[in-house]
Design a protein around this ligand. Structure first.
Ligand code: SF4
Length: 316
């Protein structure tokens, strides 16, 4: 049963904040309260490791130092600067957010409710900007925070969490310390990233062991969950839609300006490309266009008008 007694909350807060102040990493976005910079870091950190994000974060801010430069940049350049971070849609969505902020005078709203009205901003990013830029006492959860809160207050989370995201968020709201949400939220994230990790939580040296609802069962549950045969087979990355979309955007980056003919893209994606793959390819390209990552245009009409015009794809 979830224990949210005052004693437990007080002990967890104290243990976690002490751990945070002793173990926090010195990361560039922890030195700023600028909402644009916080947004850039948070969007980059979604699905990308901290170490990889740091050089991108600096390069991005050099090229687009404020929300205005990002809003006004050619989208093709925004996509080019994102090269290597993956999930290119994040870059295009972030530019849309920047354009909406510029339209409202260049100032980010400060509340979660208002931030959520911006295009491209979901509950997590809205909470992160409100807390990390404007130091508001708001709760929000990402993967790490969800895991830590679940283990501390609900119990073992493998093979599946027993509490829903909504329930975990409600707990996160309940345990948020008044006036110190910035440190608290950063601390939970950091604890999940470095100490209470998904597969190898450091339970034996954990300062929160006595308070933890998942200890000691979590270790046996993880060992059982990691046994061969427990894992469901996943599709190799090189066969996923995400992979093929990334390859197309890479080709467009290399041919910025004139773009690439559709017929030339197919063989870049798969060696056995043939006419029967054309519908699949057109769907991929249309998906990229819908997400603002590509523009599909017909090439100049051929001299013989009975021939169909060829499709060319380019960055926006
Ligand atoms: S005891 Fe283990 S599961 Fe519980 S908070 Fe600590 S590291 Fe995480």
């Amino acid at each position: 049963m979830t224990d949210l007694s005052d004693d437990k909350i007080t002990s967890v807060r104290s243990g976690l904040l002490t751990w945070w102040h002793a173990n926090r990493r010195d990361l560039p976005w922890r030195h700023t309260r600028n909402p644009y910079r916080i947004m850039v870091s948070e969007i980059m950190l979604q699905q990308t490791q901290v170490d990889r994000v740091i050089p991108y974060f600096h390069a991005w801010l050099e090229r687009f130092p404020t929300v205005h430069e990002l809003a006004e940049a050619p989208t093709a350049e925004v996509i080019r600067m994102w090269k290597g971070l993956g999930y290119n849609r994040r870059a295009v969505n972030m530019q849309r957010t920047a354009q909406a902020v510029v339209q409202r005078g260049g100032e980010f709203p400060e509340t979660v409710e208002e931030l959520l009205k911006l295009p491209g901003i979901g509950p997590y990013t809205a909470g992160a900007i409100a807390c990390f830029a404007f130091e508001q006492d708001v709760a929000f959860i990402d993967t790490n925070m969800r895991r830590v809160i679940h283990r501390l207050f609900v119990g073992v989370d493998v093979p599946k969490p027993t509490a829903s995201d909504k329930e975990v968020l409600a707990i996160a709201q309940e345990v948020l310390p008044d006036g110190d949400a910035w440190n608290w939220n950063q601390g939970i994230m950091e604890f999940g990233a470095l100490h209470c990790t998904a597969r190898k939580p450091l339970c034996l040296i954990c300062p929160l062991q006595d308070e933890c609802a998942a200890f000691p069962e979590i270790q046996a549950a993880l060992a059982e969950n990691g046994k061969p045969g427990r894992k469901t087979k996943s599709v190799p990355f090189g066969q996923t839609t995400r992979y093929f979309r990334g390859r197309i955007v890479d080709a467009l980056r290399e041919h910025e300006g004139q773009g690439v003919a559709l017929a030339e893209i197919g063989p870049l994606l798969r060696a056995d490309f043939s006419d029967e793959h054309m519908t699949w390819l057109v769907e991929l390209v249309n998906g990229l266009e819908r997400d603002g990552l590509a523009v599909v245009a017909e090439d100049e009409a051929p001299y013989d008008a009975s021939e169909p015009a060829e499709m060319r794809i380019r960055l926006p």
